[in-house]
Design a protein around this ligand. Sequence first.
Ligand code: SF4
Ligand code: SF4
Length: 332
Amino acid sequence: MPLRQSLRIGTYLIRQKLARREKFPLIVELEPLFACNLACAGCGKIQHPASVLKQRMPVEQALAAIEECGAPMVSIAGGEPLMHPQIDLLVNELIKRKKYVFLCTNALLIPKKLDKFKPSRYFAWAVHIDGLAERHDASVCKEGVFDEAVEAVRECQRRGFRVTTNTTFFSTDSPQAVIDVLNYLNDDLKVDQMMISPGYAYEKAPDQEHFLGVTETRELFRKAFGDGNRRRWRLNHSPLFLDFLEGKADFGCTAWGIPSYSLFGWQRPCYLMADGYAKTYAELVETTNWESYGRGKDPRCANCMAHCGYEPSAVLATTASLRESIRAIRGG
Ligand code: SF4
Ligand code: SF4
């Protein structure tokens, strides 16, 4: 993260500690709609009935949810958030409130919508790129999407926006495929930062065959991170979360740290699973049996190594250790 953002998050964490607040959000996954202009095989969000897919969350409702929970960062996803007619208003209102906003997009609508946005230190695009051309187009089930996404990234960079990427890996990806795409994003496209994730086995996703198990995930990232790659790549994760991905550290799930707010309310326990909804973040925290979730506790969590459960665990472990805090400040 840029230094200013790291300091803000550090201050936020200290404030939570001083207030003895045990459970608090670091970043909210805000889903103001579920509709999308793509139909990726690994997606677990677009299977809602048409009556749900046509709904758009009012801006006031989204802002009220973010203010109630107090998170310093918001990741707007969906669905495709650029299909929301007031997405620019929502982003601007969050920025006015000094929230750090990541707008997650498949990039297809960026050329049409880019004029509505202005660069800000509080704002970054998070473009979905799952691999190089052939691999990405296969992942999103449509030819030509990779080229359009790359073109959109270049235009955003040309206009001075901060651009990050989000890449999900599946069992069809070899360590070399991980290396190739991250080298490309890091060295050729020169995006500001990259996020990576092993694909979560959504029950509703059409492709159930290619999700990674824990052992496969660790092996994949251990091999890909070798030869100094991990140090060289501008990965937007804490060092301990990267240790976790390659099997050098292990944590329990702390899904309350990256909660999900969607058209249905605060999703229990995380944006990957839906065991009901709460009206407020406070209600979510108080009425969820957090101890029953995580690997070894719930069979649906068995293969999960997703950032929404384990990045907050890594961040909390970092802040609890002087050595890890220094390592995080030095960039791993
Ligand atoms: S772009 Fe994202 S929201 Fe749209 S179908 Fe693909 S994974 Fe789902
Ligand atoms: S391990 Fe945590 S983040 Fe993963 S699916 Fe289970 S509750 Fe969600």
